[in-house]
Each structure stands twice: as structure tokens, then as C-alpha cells.
Write a protein that binds this ligand. Structure first.
Ligand code: GTP
Ligand code: SPV
Ligand code: MN
Length: 612
């Protein structure tokens, strides 16, 4: 096997149709599938694949009367989330990947991948998935091609991207495309050449998600789940795209995108970065609890932003679907998401009801009787485990969303009025603050911290810094990313969007949420719009501009006075401690930290020193 040379030599250019065909042939020669199928992205093709998966037991067809054209997949228990310690950035130098990424020497990684992928697809079909990130032919859009031996990945990529003929037609003689190779790492032929039976969720105990920033390549082995397998998403649209964006002067960010219309009838576009499982999908589909406001969805996870010819920052959602967290999603918290997943949806790792529908924690107060849990076992509340995996997800096309904005696939994107940073913070971070200027905004983004969630393997609840909500998703050095943001701001000048920080997750000492969240978050957007329109003043504090209490619409909430005070005040002692943590974060990057940010930290400490 090792006699096979790596099919992709460093320096190879992934450009044009002929190179694409050569590359597909080369990967097929390495991985040795039984067949190679170029996917056209059609309905008929998807139906055929799904039907085949239902008959081989890798998908469960849900009751068409309750959940038309929808399926349930159950993953292997060892393959339920992104694996950050198996995700690698293989830039030429370790310095370029930075201290927060797992760096691997590209030649060593290429050698390992060649060994692992040799014969990895034996007995399976290799699917060729051309896809466009962003509206086909759009100014900010890019194309990629994923090769995969997972039909689940094919069905998901068809929902998540503009996949198939439309994207292939974009690849002419000059088009550069991003190559992405994916195998679940479980060939159906053993070492002696004998066929082995398939399993419902093939995967390999060894998992590698590798990125080569210089050649823009993605190689993923051993996992079929989410961001590990749908390579257009985090691998391309964030890790590889962030490197392209650095080199070309734009931004690829872990951000939702909304169109917000005020009671006055004015429309604004807002981009917001929150770490994984911290509320982007909910924010993106918010049903405002205050009259006259409207929130419409453009994207729920990733935004590509670029300065337009008019000098303003414009953004697109490069994706075409949602891969959303199921638990916690219900008609009271996110009715738009519930309507979106009413049909044409793939559910993964949720529970199954006796009548063939799905259920998860938070969908309703009391679980239906006779549930089968995400592992396929009978379940009751007495089981003591969740019925749906905490990182159970739905995969569905954006077009199904009842509150999708009409300009969601505008080829030139939408102009951004405000950027919002957030995280899951039980303490310290107020409900909302505004950055004094762009550099302050970059400081807010750089110092996002959040309690860890189930979206990745790791200790849930532990506080960690997640700068720009990009810690697991940036393809280069994090401090260089901050410098890049500062440069973008210089170029935008007076046309730069205003920057805010929010926190929906503040808790009281007894553990209750101080803020109702969800549709009531519109009250915070209301204040943000009032600031954009210069309608209200703000209180200067060491950590940013805070709302005057009387400028926040709290009508009908009946929040205890003490809770409101806690949501809007700055605890100097807590922030002095936070400064120590930020200093430790900055120290990890040495002198790559932009001087402006180091100076802001210094100033923050001084201001806190004299703050009661
Ligand atoms: P990824 O897809 O992993 O990037 O996640 P996301 O950022 O889109 O998070 P999502 O909107 O799916 O929310 C994750 C969890 O946070 C769910 O369980 C939600 O119920 C919960 N959540 C979202 N918004 C709020 C809020 O305003 N308040 C509270 N308390 N919880 C929220
Ligand atoms: C996240 O973890 O931020 C997700 C899910 O959006 S995944 O696609 O698995 O990365
Ligand atoms: Mn995400």
C-alpha cells in the first residue's frame, strides 16, 4: 500500500475541469471504491439514495403523515460531535497555525493520509459532490468538490450546499475549486479480499480531520458526523476560507446573519458570532416578543464578509441549509425552526416515537410514551439519560424556513449595520455593551469566552476563551486574525458597522436565568437599533457602553429589580480577574498580538482600578 504515491503533490493547482477529473481519478486509484458516481444534486438522485439507505438499515424513514420526506439516522456512539483534538492544521510552519491549533507537519500528514486512505473505500461507492458556497456565480461565492463514501454525507451536503450540476457548471478552465476528500474509513473488503458486512453508521476509531491551508486541501478520515464529514461547512467555509480571506482581504466567520425590521419600517442587517451551541440558530430565527419588530433569517452559522464597491461591509451566507441543535428547540423557543423541520429533514441522534415521529428534550414538556432513544434502546424518563443526544441535530434546506429573508441568496450579499459578539457566560458579562470603536470591537471579539457545550467532545460547562467564536475553526494564527480584523476596520473607516457584545446566559446565584432569552432578546436588538439611530445615550463603563435602564424596553417581563441591576452592572473585581485571564490568553500569542489590543487591555486595567 505504501508504495502508492500521494495522489496530490504539494504545489498542485486545483483549477479547471481537467484537473478535477484527474484528481477524482487519482483519489479513486488510491481509495479503490467499487464505483464512482458524479452527483447531479437532483431530487430523484436523493430519493434513490435515501430509499437504498432505508432498505439497508442506515436510515429510518419517519411516518410520512407526521414528518413527510424525513429520516432518522443514528450514529455510532463514538461519533457524535466534532473532535477538536483530531482536527489538524497542516500549514508549512507551526507558527502559521498558531498556538491554539493542532499543527502537523504537512509532509508527515500527507504520508499518514496516503496510508489511511489506501483502499479505504473498497466495496463502497465514491460520490463526487461539486458544490457552491454562496449563490452560484456570486461575487463572494466559491466552489468546492467533496469526494465521499458516505451516502449520509451526500444527502446532507445536498441540503446544506448548492450541490450538483449547478456547481459543476461553474467549473470551467480557470475556476479554482477546493478539494475535499472524505472517507468513513471502513472498507467493505478485509485484508484477505473477503467482503465484510456493513453497519448502520460506519466509522473508524481512528479519526483525522486535516487541512492544508497553502494548497487549500481538506482530508477527513474515520468520522461521518457533522463538521467532521460535511466538509463544506467548518472545514471549507471556515478553516480553509479563513486563510483565503486573510490572503485576499475579506472575512470568513462563525456568524449568523439576520435582517431586522423595526416598527418604524427600517431594515438592518446584523451579523452575530457566538460559539457552538450558544444560540446562533435561535437568534437567526427569533420570533420577536415585542410588537412591530420582524427578524428574518439569512444564515444561522457562517458568514463571509467583504467590502463592497460602495465601501460598506457586505455579507453572504455561504451555506444553503441548517445543521441545527435539536435539543432545546421547541414551539415556545423557536417556532420557525420547528416549522422548518416539519418535513424534508434528516434528523440525527434524536429519539423516535412509537408512531414514527421524532422527539428531543425541550420539544415538549412531557416526553411521549414508548420512546426509542438515540441509541435505539427503549427509553423512559426513569432511564436517567437523555432520550436525544445533547448534540443531536437536524439537517434541512434553508428554503424550508418560513422566516427566510427575501435577500438571503442575493449574489452581492447584504450590507452589515451591526456586528454582535456573544457567549455563554453565567457571570460577569452584562446583557449588552457597545464597543466605543472598531478596535474596541475587535477587543470584544478577541476576548469572547464561553462555557463549553456538547457541540464538541470535551468537558461541558468549563469556561474557555473562544476568540471570535473561531477557536476550533480558524485555519491560521488567532492573533494574526485579530490583526486582520483591525486592517479590515481601517479600510472600512467610517463605513464600518458598529460592534456590540451580548450575553443571554447570565445566571443568579441560585442558578436561575436572569434573562428570559429567545424572543425577548429583541429587547436588546431594540436598544442596538436605537444606538445605531443615535436615539439614546449610553453609560460609559470600563468594559464598554451600557444601556441606561430606562432605555431598555422591559415592559411585561416583571424581572426582579436585583436581576436587572445584575444584568446591567460591571463587577470591577470580577473584571480585574477577567483581565488576568485575558493577559494569559494574549501571552500565548507573544508579540503577534496587535499592539492596539495589548494597549486596550492595559487601559482596561487602569480604568477598572478606579472603578467602584
Ligand atoms: P451551533 O450549530 O453548534 O453553532 O449552535 P448555535 O450557536 O446555532 O446554537 P443554538 O441556537 O442551536 O442553541 C443552542 C442551545 O442554546 C439550545 O439548547 C438553545 O435552546 C439554547 N439557547 C439559545 N438561545 C438562548 C437564549 O436566548 N437563552 C437561553 N437560556 N438559551 C438559549
Ligand atoms: C458547531 O459545532 O459550531 C456546529 C456543528 O455548527 S458542526 O457542523 O458539527 O461543526
Ligand atoms: Mn456552528
Amino acid at each position: 500500500m505504501s508504495a502508492l504515491s500521494a495522489p496530490v503533490a504539494p504545489g498542485m493547482v486545483f483549477q479547471g475541469r481537467e484537473a478535477l477529473e484527474d484528481w477524482v481519478d487519482g483519489i479513486a486509484a488510491l481509495t479503490r471504491p467499487d464505483a464512482v458516481v458524479w452527483c447531479d444534486g437532483s431530487e430523484a438522485e436523493a430519493e434513490l439514495l435515501a430509499t437504498r439507505m432505508v432498505s439497508d438499515g442506515s436510515l429510518i424513514r419517519l411516518n410520512p403523515a407526521l414528518r413527510p420526506n424525513s429520516y432518522l439516522a443514528r450514529s455510532d456512539e463514538g461519533d457524535v460531535a466534532r473532535l477538536e483534538d483530531r482536527t489538524f492544521i497542516c500549514s508549512r510552519t507551526a507558527e502559521d497555525a498558531g498556538p491554539t491549533n493542532n499543527w502537523r507537519d504537512p509532509d508527515a500528514m500527507r504520508f499518514e493520509l496516503t496510508e489511511r486512505f489506501a483502499g479505504a473505500m473498497r466495496g463502497r461507492t465514491m460520490y463526487v459532490l461539486p458544490f457552491s458556497m454562496g449563490p452560484v456565480g456570486g461575487a463572494i461565492s466559491r466552489v468546492g468538490v467533496q469526494l465521499t463514501d458516505s451516502p449520509y454525507a451526500v444527502l446532507s451536503m445536498r441540503l446544506m450546499t448548492r450541490m450538483g450540476e449547478v456547481a459543476l457548471a461553474e467549473i470551467d478552465g480557470f475556476t479554482q475549486w477546493v478539494p475535499a476528500v472524505h472517507s468513513v474509513g471502513m472498507p467493505l473488503v478485509d485484508g484477505d479480499g473477503n467482503r465484510v458486512p456493513d453497519v448502520a453508521w460506519p466509522s473508524n476509531p481512528v479519526k483525522i480531520i486535516a487541512h492544508f491551508p497553502e494548497t487549500r486541501e481538506i482530508w477527513s478520515y474515520g468520522s461521518g458526523y457533522g463538521g467532521n464529514a460535511l466538509l463544506a461547512k467548518k472545514c471549507f467555509a471556515l478553516r480553509i476560507a479563513s486563510v483565503m480571506a486573510r490572503d485576499e482581504g475579506w472575512l470568513a466567520e462563525h456568524m449568523l446573519l439576520i435582517k431586522l425590521t423595526s416598527p418604524a419600517g427600517r431594515a438592518y442587517h446584523v451579523a452575530a458570532a457566538f460559539p457552538s451551541a450558544c444560540g446562533k440558530t435561535n437568534f437567526a430565527m427569533m420570533r420577536p416578543k415585542r410588537p412591530g419588530w420582524r427578524v428574518e433569517t439569512l444564515g444561522d452559522d457562517i458568514a463571509w464578509l467583504r467590502q463592497g464597491p460602495d465601501g460598506r461591509l457586505r455579507a453572504i451566507n455561504p451555506e444553503a441549509g441548517f445543521f441545527g441543535v435539536a435539543p432545546g428547540t421547541g414551539v415556545s423557543t423557536n417556532p420557525a425552526a420547528m416549522a422548518t423541520v416539519a418535513g424534508d429533514t434528516i434528523f440525527t441522534n434524536v429519539a423516535l416515537t412509537p408512531d414514527g415521529d421524532v422527539w428531543w428534550e425541550g420539544m415538549s414538556k412531557t416526553p411521549p410514551e414508548g420512546l426509542i432513544d438515540w441509541r435505539g434502546e427503549p427509553w423512559s424518563p426513569a432511564s436517567g439519560t437523555p432520550a436525544a443526544h445533547p448534540n443531536a441535530r437536524f439537517t434541512v434546506a434553508a428554503e424550508r424556513c418560513p422566516v427566510l429573508a427575501d435577500d438571503w441568496d442575493s449574489p452581492d450579499g447584504v450590507p452589515i449595520d451591526a456586528i454582535v459578539f456573544g457567549g455563554r457566560r453565567a457571570h460577569n458579562v452584562p446583557l449588552v455593551t457597545e464597543a466605543a470603536d472598531w478596535a474596541d470591537g475587535v477587543f470584544l471579539g478577541a476576548t469572547i469566552a464561553s462555557e463549553q457545550t456538547a457541540a464538541a467532545e470535551g468537558p461541558v460547562g468549563e469556561l474557555r476563551f473562544d476568540p471570535f467564536a473561531m477557536l476550533p475553526f480558524l485555519g491560521y494564527d488567532m492573533a494574526d486574525h485579530w490583526a486582520h480584523w483591525l486592517r479590515i476596520g481601517e479600510r472600512l473607516g467610517a463605513k464600518a458597522p458598529r460592534v456590540f457584545r451580548v450575553n443571554w446566559f447570565r445566571k443568579g446565584d441560585d442558578g436561575h436565568w436572569l434573562w428570559p432569552g429567545f424572543g425577548d432578546n429583541i429587547r436588546v436588538l431594540d436598544w442596538i437599533v436605537a444606538r445605531l439611530e443615535h436615539e439614546v445615550d449610553a453609560v460609559a463603563s470600563p468594559i464598554g457602553l451600557l444601556p441606561y435602564r430606562h432605555d431598555l424596553d422591559l415592559a411585561g417581563l416583571e424581572l426582579p429589580d436585583a436581576d436587572v441591576r445584575e444584568l446591567l452592572t460591571v463587577d470591577a473585581a470580577g473584571w480585574r480577574h477577567e483581565c488576568d485571564e485575558i493577559a494569559r490568553l494574549f501571552a500565548r500569542f507573544g508579540d503577534r498580538v496587535p499592539r492596539v489590543l495589548a494597549r486596550r487591555l492595559h487601559q482596561l486595567r487602569w480604568r477598572l482600578g478606579s472603578y467602584a
